[in-house]
Design a protein around this ligand. Structure first.
Ligand code: ADE
Length: 437
């Protein structure tokens, strides 16, 4: 019997197709990428259900979709879903270090989806790739960090008129967009996919938790058990990272600027310290604050030799690496994704993944099972934007609650769980104010 085609798609019998525009590392990686995409898709049942419906209903027919997302196996499943819905999908990376080159190759060679993304691309290439996506004059923009939308607004405002709306995947992007909306600079409606419960409650917490630890372990092979693990920021991502580090046996220290979050971290069982004090004892440091220059030269100087420092926030701004370089007497690449900085008269510390999000730079990002819900939200949000043309607020607004709940219901079903339903008496009780003690 001939061997089964890779991942169920017969990549040997490709239909003739005119070449699609692309800038990727190596089209020869397509078969490997396709196998990995198919592997990930097995853990994305909700997106698969949406893909099957999209295939029949074609809700995105005639739309050009510009995507600026991490180019991963999970994003490939989203691209396939949007294309099944009739959308013309164009993809570039939302981070210079997060692209999986084999996935980019599979999308170009097998799906004929134009991709402009290469792992390790420099800043100019990164923005050239964003412009390649803008050049298609998208009807819908799909962002992770808002670089596509902000470049469109600032450098190609002539395209705004043709855009129906956008979607935004991440906390940092939503914060940026809300700042634009507050200044009345936002010129088309955007769905804050990040704010869906089925997104941030799971992806930001369990996804970032697991994948951040994965990136640290893959790049360093250091033992987490028995270490002092400093988590800067106790938002949803910080909560997830702290929980997973503790689960692996670390003593977790949280640093915060928000008194409520600091209290929550204490009651979750973690130590809370100012970073200047935590710097003295930490073995690992992870920033997940969304803010700039969180770990600065004075903190690096106070660290122990051997300290591992990384970032899992969206942008590479949380570690002051220019400041670190200025106080270092030497720097070298110690391992893949590990850079050694020997500080003059101070410790030698190690920075992972150039301070870019360590879970995507040094590992594969969040596991597929959690991206299933995030990208189900993206697909349904795109459909919603199309269905509600001209009726959407010129603002950043949430995924409709009904869609959010539907995704949770489908995910539970796919996981094989059943839950109870309210009795009529309970429904009535909840709706009434008359009954007390
Ligand atoms: N963001 C975090 N993890 C991701 C993944 N696996 N794919 C796409 N975007 C991500």
């Amino acid at each position: 019997m001939p061997p089964a085609p890779a991942g169920g798609r017969d990549t040997t019998k490709r239909k003739e197709h005119p070449p699609v525009s692309h800038d990727i590392k190596d089209p020869g990686l397509a078969a490997k990428g396709n196998d990995r995409i198919e592997w990930a898709a097995k853990s994305m049942p909700v997106l698969e259900l949406i893909r099957e419906r999209f295939e029949k209903e074609k809700p995105l027919k005639g739309l050009r979709l510009g995507l600026c997302l991490h180019v991963t196996t999970e994003t490939a499943s989203l691209c396939r879903t949007l294309a099944a819905g009739g959308g013309e999908v164009h993809l570039c990376a939302s981070n210079p270090l997060s692209t999986q080159d084999d996935v980019a190759a599979a999308l170009v060679e097998i799906d004929h989806i134009p991709v402009h993304a290469i792992k390790g691309e420099d800043n100019d290439t990164y923005y050239r790739h964003i412009h390649s996506v803008l050049d298609i004059r998208p009807h819908i923009t799909m962002d992770d960090g808002a670089d596509l939308l902000s470049t469109l607004h600032s450098q190609k405002p002539g395209l705004i008129q043709g855009v129906l709306g956008g979607t935004e995947e991440t906390t940092t992007g939503v914060i940026r967009l809300r700042a634009m909306a507050a200044e009345k600079a936002l010129k088309y409606p955007v769905v804050a996919v990040n704010d869906a419960m089925t997104k941030h409650f799971f992806d930001n917490r369990y996804g970032t938790g697991q994948s951040t630890l994965d990136g640290i372990v893959r790049s360093t092979n250091r033992l987490i058990a028995g270490s002092v693990f400093v988590v800067c920021g106790y938002g949803w991502c910080g909560r997830g990272v702290a929980k997973r580090a503790a689960g692996m046996g670390a003593r977790v220290v949280v640093t915060e600027v928000d008194p409520l979050k600091a209290l929550e971290a204490i009651m979750d069982g973690f130590d809370v310290l100012p970073l200047a004090k935590a710097a003295l004892s930490g073995d690992f440091f992870v920033t997940v604050t969304g803010d700039v220059n969180v770990i600065r030269p004075e903190h690096f100087r106070a660290m122990k030799t051997g300290a591992i420092v990384c970032n899992s926030g969206h942008f590479n701004v949380e570690l002051d690496l220019d400041g670190l370089a200025a106080i270092a007497e030497s720097r070298r690449q110690a391992r893949d994704f590990v850079e050694e900085y020997a500080i003059k008269g101070g410790p030698t510390v190690y920075v992972l993944g150039e301070g870019r999000l360590v879970n995507l730079a040094a590992a594969e990002g969040h596991p597929s099972s959690v991206m299933d819900m995030s990208f189900a939200n993206q697909a349904l949000a795109a459909e919603y934007v199309n269905q509600n043309q001209g009726r959407l607020p010129l603002d950043v607004f949430p995924v409709p609650e009904a869609l959010d709940h539907e995704i949770a219901r489908l995910k539970l079903k796919a996981m094989g769980y059943e839950i109870d339903v309210l009795t009529p008496e309970q429904v009535e009780y909840l709706a009434s104010w008359k009954t007390g003690t």
